[in-house]
Design a protein around this ligand. Structure first.
Ligand code: E4P
Length: 214
């Protein structure tokens, strides 16, 4: 399973890259709005740190405009995946961009029907937002199960990015269901490595080591 960092913060991205677990990065307008450098400079710097796919989101709403914006984003670095919200105009743009060899991450996916159409239009990735579904009392992980099954049934090459991840169990459940990727916020990434018994164990071993004759 691949792990992407859901962040536009270069320091966080560098830090997780140094752990040896970073396979890609996803950004969105909300994440980018928290950064002080310009959007394009930030995305270029992220692409230099992360060799895997880096998602940068289009904000145009008409297919023709999305295509122009996506081409410009894809020109920033070879590892850019353009993020496009799933909608009819987004599907049309995805078809064109797929034909040009530009990787599309179809985002804001909340149903398996949307994921199916995105895959058929040629999206390289789909991003179902499970946390936001859980927030409105729906079952985000059930959506992942459906999409993974549908893509397996028809051998779609489109990869499932489990997005809007809120806690470590989301990552583990996504892995158990065979999702290709989870995009994980920095705080959740830290929680994945932490366990109180590990901390206690280290403390005890260090205390005992001090009693060892050397
Ligand atoms: C994914 O690509 C999105 O950037 C992200 O996971 C959205 O998460 P949120 O629901 O926490 O905003």
């Amino acid at each position: 399973m691949k792990l992407f960092l859901d962040s536009a913060n270069l320091e966080e991205i560098r830090e997780v890259a140094s752990w040896g677990v970073l396979d890609g990065v996803t950004t969105n307008p909300s994440l980018c709005s928290k950064e002080t450098v310009t959007f394009e400079d930030n995305i270029r710097a992220i692409c230099a740190v992360c060799p895997g796919p880096v998602s940068a989101e289009c904000v145009s709403l008409r297919a023709a405009d999305i295509v122009v914006e996506a081409r410009a984003l894809a020109g920033i670095a070879p590892n850019i995946a353009v993020k496009i919200p799933v909608c009819l105009e987004g599907l049309k743009a995805t078809k064109t961009l797929h034909g040009e060899g530009i990787a599309v991450n179809m985002t804001l996916v909340f149903s398996s029907g949307q994921a199916l159409l995105a895959a058929k239009a040629g999206a390289r990735f789909v991003s179902p937002f499970i946390g936001r579904l859980d927030d409105v009392s729906e079952d985000g992980m059930a959506l992942i199960e459906e999409i993974v099954q549908i893509f397996e049934n028809f051998r779609f090459e489109t990869e499932v990015i489990v997005a809007s991840v809120r806690h470590p169990r989301h990552v583990i459940e996504a892995a158990l269901l065979g999702a290709d990727i989870a995009t994980v916020p920095y705080g959740v990434m830290e929680k994945l490595v932490k366990h109180p018994l590990t901390d206690i164990g280290i403390e005890r071993f260090l205390a005992d080591w001090r009693k060892v004759k050397t």
